[in-house]
Write a protein that binds this ligand. Sequence first.
Ligand code: 17E
Ligand code: FE2
Length: 411
Amino acid sequence: MNIINARLRGKEGLFRVELDGERIAAIAPLSSPSNPAVGDLDAGGNLVTAPFIEPHIHLDATLTAGEPNWNMTGTLFEGIERWAERKATVTHEDTKTRAKKTIDMLVDHGIQHVRTHVDVTDPSLAALKAMVEVRDETRHLINLQIVAFPQEGIESFAGGRALMEEAIAIGADVVGGIPHFENTREQGVSSVKFLMDLAERKDLLVDVHCDETDDPQSRFLEVLAEEARIRGMGARVTASHTTAMGSYDNAYCSKLFRLLKQSEINFISCPTESIHLQGRFDSYPKRRGLTRVAEIDRAGMNICFAQDSIVDPWYPLGNGNIMRILEAGLHICHMLGYEDLQRGLDLITDNSARTLNLGEGYGIEVGRPANLLILSAPNDYEMIRTQGHALASIRNGKLLMQRTPSRVERC
Ligand code: 17E
Ligand code: FE2
């Protein structure tokens, strides 16, 4: 299959992208728009990109909002309480059904790489065992990374350390954590050391829910970054949320940024989730409750956007459309400047691929997997402005999804 009349990010002109089986075989410039041959897909001058990425979602909790109770305060901590009620009734089949429904929503919006956190503070590990099967059964749709995520703590939850070890033995790909939720600062610090030891020993990636609070005293990011720096693991480590950074004063942040840069860790912000869950203890002025996305980006560090939730105890909306998250995030983070709009898609494509350590498994380059999207606009700016969509998603050289754009007729 070939895709003709494709625009590529960062390149001038039109291209033909040739696929041979499961690989990209050639990328050839076109001197003028060409007519499609039988079997060709015509991008019509729109962007062809590598697939969108969902680097942070909770597929075990998805589609459970209101079961059995709604989160009435809108806080993270009530979300954790409401989830504990639902977690008590989680089954293998229930988890698989909801996760697969949600994966279909993601696929419909051009996502082919997903990192999901799965709560392992459950002695049965039912959700984790289910997700390992989902990972196998959805390989034709997505690449799925599973994070062993200790929602109720590693040190503060009975048997927390053993559950983390067991989750890794069962097949989790990534080691998680939640130091700001541990009962004491000391437990938060020791949880980070424990999870970094575990990841180093098992040669696994790390993705920690880190300082997801407006409390400026929550300073576990410095602990995570320093552990990553001294072990030389930074590129394989991600700090998710870090919303407390939005409440740190500038004097502390300027010192912190030096360490963050040296550590080379990655960052994920979930802008819709954080604008909803944070700022809940403020009246006015009210904090936005996000990490310093623009400043992290400007400092040359790697940051990407994620959805976090779809209809769960933490967030009642969501539909799989990561473009919606990008649009909201750029607004909330003061990133509608000219330069940011030119490269906005980085935040849901290339930056996310680096976070997930996808390496040569990702990107529009000869020899890489034939996984790509045809978008509905010719550049990043127009994709964002028009609230554009992925119109086709190709995986391993085969069409996974095609979307017909809505049509308006003036009368
Ligand atoms: N759990 C958590 O600790 N934080 C979140 N944002 C979600 C689950 C969705
Ligand atoms: Fe999360």
